[in-house]
Design a protein around this ligand. Structure first.
Ligand code: NAG
Length: 389
């Protein structure tokens, strides 16, 4: 009996101990569960926060991308403006050049002044009382780049139509007509132009547009000037240019065998012959091509010449200089003997891309339409009176 009691007591004791252990374990488990659920909660919260952070990062990255694009676009804009400023600086530089190699050229000119023959001194009866000469270049504007490295372009002088005509290349047969300068600059390439197919191909860059007609130069055995009516698309006159022993007019534009020019007094021809020993000659032409009114051999050398133009009966020849990026107005010949080379203004043409293959003067606007390695450029001229020099 006693043994049983002890056993029961022992068992009770063991049970109590066991119970305590279980309680203890249960509390621990509960505590662990609590902490696990706390961890769960925290992990979930962290995960959410991480997700949110990621989303924020993504959207900020997107914004950065957008900003980068905006920055790139505006950098492009800045690039263009820097280009422009550079060109303008180039131009400003040209306004006050006085370089040593230019002095060498001056000496050359001086020597050549002594070579001038007297035969052109016959009095030229002026057709107008125009007495302007160039004083400086006020501004330049690069309008477009279309076509090949050489060509000519101009507005129709004296017609008021405002139309622009493009002669691309030195031996084409299709003039491109744009209804305005704006149309020309806005239109991509020759798109939006009217193509005028000529009956024969031109040669060189000597063409002009004058009073609704194109005057263009062709060359087979002889040099021919063709007058083409732009309204009826037909040839109205053609004449052989009556001068023997032609040579190309300008060293640097050898394709041009005859360069036509328009000024306040009408139509001029700029040419060169073997007889005038490497110098340029100029002739006043009748607009109906019935003949040459008068001709002069000038003291302006062909060597290094790029192009020339006439204003109020004065021939201006533009030369290449040894400095890259500039051409220089360097020889002047006035058929009225009012302007001499000493009076000629120091004018540099900012030539960024190559040689000027043509310079066409428009008397109404006092603008030069220049073709420089496929770029169509306008030079705005400032004039002064010949007598004020
Ligand atoms: C311009 O002429 C050149 C040849 O001098 C030719 O290669 C080019 O295709 C022409 N461009 C246009 C737009 O007619």
């Amino acid at each position: 009996m006693r043994g049983l009691v002890v056993l029961v007591t022992l068992a009770c004791f063991a049970t109590a101990q066991h119970q305590a252990l279980i309680d203890y374990l249960e509390r621990r488990l509960l505590a662990i569960e609590d902490r696990i659920s706390l961890w769960h909660e925290q992990t979930a919260r962290y995960a959410t926060e991480l997700r949110e952070l990621k989303q924020q990062m993504v959207s900020q990255l997107e914004n950065l991308d957008k900003e980068k694009e905006v920055l790139r676009v505006s950098l492009d804009g800045v690039g263009t403006r820097v280009d422009r400023v550079e060109r303008e600086l180039d131009y400003l530089e040209t306004q006050n050049g006085n370089q040593p190699c230019v002095d060498v050229d001056d000496k050359l000119i001086e020597q050549q002044v002594n070579l001038v023959t007297e035969k052109q001194k016959a009095k030229y009866s002026k057709l107008s009382d125009c007495s302007d000469m160039i004083s400086s270049i006020k501004a330049m504007k690069i309008l477009k780049r279309v076509g090949g490295p050489k060509g000519a372009w101009s507005k129709d002088s004296n017609s008021g139509s405002g139309k622009i005509y493009i002669f691309n290349g030195t031996d084409g047969d299709t003039i491109h007509e744009f209804s305005s300068v704006q149309d020309f600059t806005r239109s991509p390439g020759m798109f939006q132009s009217k193509a005028l197919k000529l009956p024969s191909a031109w040669r060189g860059t000597g063409h002009v547009i004058y009073k609704n007609h194109a005057y263009y130069v062709t060359q087979d055995d002889e040099i021919m000037v063709v007058k083409y009516d732009l309204r009826s698309n037909s040839v109205t006159d053609r004449a052989v240019f009556p001068v023997q022993d032609h040579v190309p007019v300008y060293d640097l534009t050898p394709e041009t065998v005859l360069d036509l020019a328009v000024d306040e007094e009408g139509l001029w021809a700029i040419y060169a012959t073997r007889q005038n020993e490497r110098h340029i000659s100029v002739a006043k032409m009748d607009t109906n091509l019935v003949g040459i009114e008068q001709m002069w051999d000038t003291n302006c050398p062909q060597e290094n010449a790029e192009a020339a133009f006439v204003i109020c009966g004065t021939l201006y020849v533009v030369y290449n200089t040894q400095q890259p990026g500039r051409s220089r107005l360097q020889c002047v010949f006035d058929v009225n003997d009012m302007v001499t080379n000493e009076d000629a203004p120091q004018i540099y043409f900012p030539k960024r891309y190559g040689a000027h293959s043509s310079l066409k003067y428009n008397p109404q606007e006092q603008l030069l339409y220049a073709w420089d390695d496929g770029y169509q450029i306008l030079y705005k001229l400032v004039m002064k009176k010949k007598l004020e020099i």
